[in-house]
Design a protein around this ligand. Structure first.
Ligand code: USQ
Length: 394
């Protein structure tokens, strides 16, 4: 089985590559270093430095004897995407440089993933929309033209649904209208341009499914937290990228860093915003189980990829409790919300599909948060207070 991971250098991409490799899959990763380059360009820092993707693959090979092939390239260029299927690809790192063959599964993470990034100004909005849509479209056509049976696992996001005043279903809604009934994609109303680009991705894939019988799984993921996975334990240098800044850091990771450096936890507005969250190890399980049980051809299968829900206030309170237990003085500050979003809302998403596939959730507890504190503490001297909050306004 060959798994191709697009965006294999990112926060989720690299741990996913090791996870599949560890389980005996042939793995190829492709990435253009968007995330690292943006961290440099925007000067947002990261908790610790990272080896290059080729260095990571070489370390992984030395430690486990398993090969992860690396392609550095911009997947907005259709020919680079197509080379991954046609066999004309040139690997930037591999033990065996011959073509592995078309992938049976593709995990598509090759997206600009940040809501604040997408609203810095019109240029960053353009980068978000052009990157996310072009890569998805290039992928769709490559699969259509070279390997229609390949299963595409695409990362969507819970933010596509917004915060409707009804229960959120897993992707689809059956509507009765004037005595007739049909099933449609669940209504979507995103609150950032990043999230809007993800809605458009879904629409592209839904088109490919209807026209050409592609098989697609869309994983509607909530904010992910954590950094250690079983495979990253193999070598200190294999840890994934960890951002705590306003642009690329997600809320739980950010709050832990803030608590450690004595920066008052930045709760935006009233803090009643509620999100479905998950541990990075659960992302890996979900993607793996989606691969094991692929969508049928001609089907767009959608799962809500969250394990539990918390409001921002609850997350801040949990961080404060854990921080105080560990001897930190943790303040919580409600600051003016730079985003346009509902700060108090109804939120009741369904999320049983992945549990039925067999995911065993790692819940967020005081103990699991304490473990994250102990890892972040080791890098305390690297933390830059100036990147924690800049106030990118919607
Ligand atoms: N928030 C604060 N204080 C902060 C940072 C965030 O109150 O310092 C609030 C935000 O206003 C928001 C919530 O916490 O209501 C979550 O913010 P976030 O930055 O953790 O997450 P978000 O911008 O929604 O995006 C992240 C990932 C994205 C993924 C998404 C899943 O960056 O790639 O798709 O989570 S979801 O939010 O379910 O759409």
């Amino acid at each position: 089985m060959h798994v191709l991971i697009l965006g294999g250098d990112g926060y989720l991409g690299w741990p996913t590559a090791m996870y599949f490799s560890q389980r005996g899959y042939e793995v190829t990763v492709a990435d253009n270093y968007f995330r690292r380059n943006s961290c440099l360009e925007l000067d947002v820092g990261m908790l610790y430095p990272l080896p290059s993707l080729a260095e990571r693959a070489a370390i992984w090979y030395r430690r486990t004897g398993k090969e992860i092939k690396v392609v550095i390239g911009d997947l907005r260029e259709a020919e680079i995407m197509r080379s991954l299927f046609s066999g004309t690809v040139s690997y930037d790192w591999a033990i065996n440089k011959s073509f592995t063959g078309v992938p049976e599964t593709i995990v598509h993470y090759a997206e600009q993933p940040s809501a604040p990034y997408s609203l810095i100004n019109y240029k960053y909005a353009n980068t978000t929309i052009s990157n996310n849509l072009l890569v998805t479209n290039n992928l769709m056509f490559a699969v259509r033209d070279f390997s229609r049976d390949t299963h595409i696992i695409k990362l969507g996001t819970m933010g596509e649904y917004g915060t409707p005043n009804i229960d959120i279903e897993e992707g689809w809604l059956t509507v009765r209208h004037k005595g007739r009934e049909d099933t449609f994609l669940f209504p979507r109303q995103a609150s950032s341009l990043y999230h809007t680009s993800k809605i458009m991705d879904t629409d592209l894939m839904w088109f490919g499914v209807r026209m050409w019988g592609l098989r697609v799984t869309d994983l509607m993921q909530g904010p992910v937290y954590g950094m250690l996975t079983e495979e990253s334990g193999v070598d200190e240098r294999l840890k994934t990228i960890f951002n705590y800044d306003e642009i690329f850091g997600t809320i739980i990771n950010r709050f832990i860093v803030q608590a450690i450096v004595g920066y008052p936890l930045t709760v935006y507005g009233k803090g009643g915003q509620t999100k479905g969250v998950l541990n990075i190890n659960d992302t890996l399980q979900c993607v793996y189980l989606a691969q094991k049980h692929p969508a049928e051809s001609g089907k767009l299968r959608i799962y809500n990829q969250i394990m539990e829900t918390f409001s921002v206030n609850e997350l801040a309170e949990l961080t404060r409790r854990v921080g105080v237990k560990l001897g930190y003085e943790v303040q919580i500050e409600h600051i003016e919300n730079p985003r346009v979003e509902a700060e108090e809302h109804y939120y009741n998403p369904a999320y049983h599909g992945l549990l039925e596939l067999g995911v065993k959730p790692h819940y967020l507890t005081e103990e699991s948060m304490e473990e994250m504190f102990t890892v972040v503490e080791r890098y305390k001297k690297n933390i830059r207070r100036d990147v924690i909050f800049r106030g990118i306004k919607w």
